[in-house]
Design a protein around this ligand. Structure first.
Ligand code: NAP
Ligand code: ZN
Ligand code: ZN
Length: 347
């Protein structure tokens, strides 16, 4: 077994603290890479606090993982020692169901294996995430990372990047569309970058008036403060799409009123409590309320390759691991500029 250092929550009420654990030896199809950087997703915070469901503890969060390969198994074909590598939210799936065969491993019909707070395909071995010094992953769930991009700023592409890229591609958001990005945090700021790259007119809908300047720098064409009724009134019935990245409870009925007839509200944010939806919010305008979960392996690689080609990365604040709780506190206040990334050398 490989002795591993990480930061773990021992239960839903304790802070993260240093913890030692073991990872499996590198199997024939496995890749081991030493983790250089790991992004901090709001999902990390939801899961260590049991916001969604009973977690598996001790829990080592982290699913925006990049680093350098130190060992490959005898049958590994796609990677070699010294290559840069990345792993996002998935480390395995059944590989046999129709969704897996289509490269939609995130929707595996037999239950995919998430990078942490999850069980391996044997349905009994827990997985531990990227707030740690090294990781062993089957090569099919390892992504190629370009040397052209800043490595720390590439880490958030593995979750915030693909989670916003995938629905924008699926619903073919682009030229001629008016796209609203609801919430300017980790996911939101990547959604702005991709929306602009795909040719849409992008408006940021935000609770934080002080983010207006940043939204413009990210490429957004308009900025609306959602607590200001006058500003909201101006965008009633205006958008073709809303990409909702908000992590806290909010009123869907209000935002649905900002869509045009046939408009689509795409949920990617996962607040801890269920939404309350009035049927009139949808039927008065034939509107769609849809959702999307991260992205499969082929699409994640496609996104990473496009980001390398067009020089797209996240805007990050690099932190020491000991500052993770301060980062979580800021995240809860909506004060993320626009992704915290942990420098794993500080572990
Ligand atoms: P984040 O960086 O904390 O950003 C969330 C943003 O939501 C905040 O910056 C804030 O932006 C806005 N917000 C917060 N509270 C709000 C409220 N009460 N009302 C309105 N807006 C509010 O979080 P993230 O990492 O981007 O993640 C966002 C959500 O997506 C989380 O729930 C996360 O679990 C989920 N997620 C889903 C997937 C998926 O596959 N679907 C993948 C990753 C993450 P403003 O200051 O601009 O208002
Ligand atoms: Zn995430
Ligand atoms: Zn499957």
């Amino acid at each position: 077994m490989i002795q591993t250092k990480g930061y773990a929550a021992q239960n839903a009420k304790t802070d993260l603290a240093p913890w030692k654990f073991e990872r499996r030896e590198v199997g024939a199809h496995d890749v081991q890479f030493d983790i250089a950087y790991c992004g901090v997703c709001h999902s990390d915070l939801h899961q260590i606090r049991n916001d969604w469901s009973e977690g598996i503890f001790p829990m080592v969060p982290g699913h925006e993982i990049v680093g350098k390969i130190v060992k490959v198994g005898s049958k590994v074909k796609k990677f070699k020692v010294g290559d840069l590598a990345g792993t996002g939210c998935l480390v395995d799936s059944c590989r046999t169901c129709s969704n897996c065969k289509e490269g939609l491993e995130q929707y595996c019909l037999n239950g995919s294996t998430a990078t942490y707070n999850s069980l391996e395909q044997d349905k009994k071995t827990p997985t531990y995430g990227g707030y740690s010094n090294t990781i062993v992953v089957h090569e099919d769930f390892v992504l190629h990372i370009s040397k052209k991009l800043n490595l720390a700023a590439t880490a958030p592409l593995l979750c915030a990047g693909i989670t916003t890229y995938s629905p924008l591609k699926h619903w073919r958001v682009g030229k001629g569309h008016k796209l609203a990005v609801l919430g300017l945090g980790g996911l939101g700021h990547m959604a702005v970058k991709f929306g602009v790259a795909f040719g849409a007119e992008v408006t940021v809908l935000s609770t934080s008036p002080m983010k207006e300047g940043d939204a413009g720098k990210l490429g957004a064409h308009k900025f609306v403060v959602t607590s200001d009724p006058e500003q909201l009134q101006k965008v009633k019935g205006y958008f073709d799409f809303i990409l909702d990245t908000v992590s806290a409870p909010h009123d869907l009925n209000l935002y649905l009123s900002l869509l045009k007839t046939n408009g689509v509200h795409i949920c990617v944010g996962v607040p801890p409590t269920p939404y309350q939806l009035h049927a009139f919010s949808l039927i008065g305008g034939r509107k769609s309320l849809v959702g999307s979960l991260i992205g499969g392996l082929p699409e994640t690689q496609e996104m990473l390759d496009l980001c390398a080609k067009y020089n797209i990365t996240a805007d990050i604040e690099l932190i020491d691991i000991k500052d993770i709780h301060a980062a979580y506190k800021r995240m809860l206040k909506g004060d993320v500029r626009y992704r915290f990334v942990i420098d794993m050398a500080t572990l």
